[in-house]
Design a binder for this molecule. Structure first.
Ligand SMILES: Cc1cc2nc3c(=O)[nH]c(=O)nc-3n(C[C@H](O)[C@H](O)[C@H](O)COP(=O)(O)OP(=O)(O)OC[C@H]3O[C@@H](n4cnc5c(N)ncnc54)[C@H](O)[C@@H]3O)c2cc1C
Length: 498
């Protein structure tokens, strides 16, 4: 673990108004904003040892400069006008004008990109992963790719995934815990749509024959939304079947390389229109490459905000147990709520998203509970990546794991947060002995824009995910200022000199 050379003079200078840069002014506002409730934002330690109260211990490995920078970035991202303006600019025609685009990407690179991303290439990502390792966390390496539309792009993307996997083959303990694979980057989206339509129709009409379909775990539940497929879809053409085969071959190659590198794969979840096809490719690969006896090779993502989340997860897991297939689950709440709601509304159908945030929380926690019980059953029974920034979900799962006698250091239970977010939760869980990973996107700035837009949406608003984290960081910065020798001297001076 690296120490944290605290630099109180930085904050003192900022507070004295000696600098008039934007950063200094912002910092002053941040701290002034904080002082009245400096001691009020705490979370009581629970009886299973996850402690978010002691900010000194929580942020012991974070330098003050880094904390101040995070505080500013998260505060800016949570400001609705800033987030709205950023989102508007990124989606506007201004981005088509080369000079504007360069300027916008330059500002983004120096601000939000640095907060939420690990750098342009594998070398920078590996360096950031090392830094995380030095603070007791591991990295989930995510090459920032979004949807691919043709086979050539899919091949290029697959090579990038393979390079990422190769880079982790160090032979010794690695700072990389998982490689993230986006099925939308290795299978053309039009194929994912066609396959999802056919899978949905087959769920309605069991007589529909899908000759290309490989052995897989169950995909859809009776509670799953089927409205995306209004009419019986045509069978895949010969060319579409070839594209699907090529996509599965890419997935299979990634699996073989991951087995070679002993590196499990996390598969991201996307919107419900294409999720059945993503689940299909994930579960078919799990069936072929992941034995139930070992630590699972494949972790598929379940989005707790979906009404059918628990049904689908329980069905898949039970079938995996019966078929002796190793299946890990990455549990998230979900990042596409607005577009899902908009689509359902435009079609005049019921939204697939839970009707209230409390129902989402309940579903998420019940899914976590189910998977923790699976893990507690013993070897081969389950593995969970609990991907959340929600303190309550984190604390509840940690307490449940202890109650069920799951070893805190078990390879079958990981907590995960996005890089640059929810540091308090990450450090609290890590200090308590759990395995914690940060989801680490990397890649050229313009390629990462869609990811950054999702983060802007998520952090937007005063009650955003980052508000608790910001409060704790502010408290810790104030504590450091107040406990610095410079502050002590200043307090002893006659008031006229302060
Ligand atoms: C490591 C990691 C990997 C991830 N991978 C994926 C992925 O593959 N696919 C994906 O979709 N997302 C993914 N996410 C994003 C995740 O889904 C978001 O972080 C999520 O939106 C925030 O959830 P939270 O658990 O942090 O909970 P909270 O901080 O409690 O966030 C709750 C948020 O959920 C939203 N919400 C959900 N349901 C409702 C509802 N019914 N009514 C109103 N609001 C609701 C609200 O915006 C609310 O602010 C990942 C996150 C992490 C940390």
């Amino acid at each position: 673990m690296t120490g944290s050379p605290f630099r109180p003079q930085l904050l003192c200078r900022l507070k004295s108004g000696a600098r008039t840069s934007t950063t200094a002014v912002l910092s002053e506002n941040l701290l002034a904003d904080t002082l009245p409730h400096a001691a009020s934002v705490t979370s009581a330690p629970n009886n299973h040892g996850v402690n978010f109260t002691d900010t000194k211990e929580l942020f012991s490995s974070v330098t003050s400069a880094k904390m101040l920078r995070s505080l500013i970035m998260l505060r800016l991202a949570s400001s609705a006008p800033v987030a709205d303006l950023g989102m508007w600019v990124m989606k506007s025609k201004l981005m088509d004008i080369p000079l504007c685009r360069k300027a916008v990407l330059g500002v983004t690179e120096r601000t939000f990109y640095r907060q939420f991303c690990a750098g342009e290439d594998l070398a920078s990502a590996s360096a950031t992963a090392r830094e995380l390792w030095d603070t007791g966390r591991t990295a989930m390496l995510d090459y920032g790719l979004e949807h691919a539309n043709d086979n050539e792009s899919c091949d290029v993307n697959m090579e990038e995934f393979l390079r990422t996997i190769q880079s982790t083959k160090s032979g010794v303990e690695s700072p990389i815990s998982f490689v993230v694979v986006k099925i939308t980057a290795i299978c053309p989206v039009r194929i994912l749509k066609r396959v999802s339509d056919l899978l949905r129709w087959q769920h309605k009409d069991k007589s529909l024959n899908l000759p290309w379909k490989l052995k897989s775990l169950p995909l859809l539940a009776d509670s799953s939304p089927l409205y995306h497929t209004a009419a019986r879809p045509a069978a895949l053409t010969a060319e579409e079947e070839r594209d699907l085969d090529a996509s599965y071959a890419r997935m299979a190659k990634i699996c073989r390389n991951s087995i070679d590198a002993s590196l499990p794969i996390l598969i991201d979840a996307e919107d419900t229109a294409i999720q059945p096809a993503i689940d299909y490719l994930a579960y078919a690969a799990a069936e072929e490459f992941s034995s139930g006896e070992e630590e699972p090779l494949i972790y598929n993502t379940i989005q707790g905000y979906l009404k059918d989340a628990k049904d689908r997860m329980v069905m898949a897991k039970k079938a995996a147990n019966e078929m002796r297939v190793g299946l890990g689950i990455k549990l998230v709440r979900g990042a596409y709520m607005n577009s899902e709601n908009r689509l359902a509304e435009s079609l005049g159908v019921e939204s697939p998203i839970h009707d209230s945030i409390n129902n989402t929380h309940r579903c998420y926690n019940e899914c976590a509970d189910f998977m923790l019980h699976q893990i507690a059953r013993g070897s081969g029974s389950g593995s969970l990546v609990l991907a959340t920034h929600n303190m309550e979900s984190g604390k509840m799962a940690a307490a449940k794991a202890v109650d069920l006698g799951i070893d805190k250091d078990s390879k079958r239970l990981h907590f995960a947060q996005l890089y640059g977010m929810a540091e308090a939760l990450s450090f609290g869980l890590r200090n308590s002995g759990f395995r914690v990973s940060k989801y680490l996107p990397y890649g050229p700035v313009d390629q990462i824009i869609p990811y950054l837009l999702r983060r802007a949406e998520e952090n937007r608003g005063l009650l955003s995910a980052s508000s608790f984290d910001r409060s704790l960081m502010r408290n810790e910065l104030i504590r450091r200022v107040q406990s610095s020798p410079a502050h002590g001297k200043a307090m002893q001076m006659p008031t006229s000199q302060v």
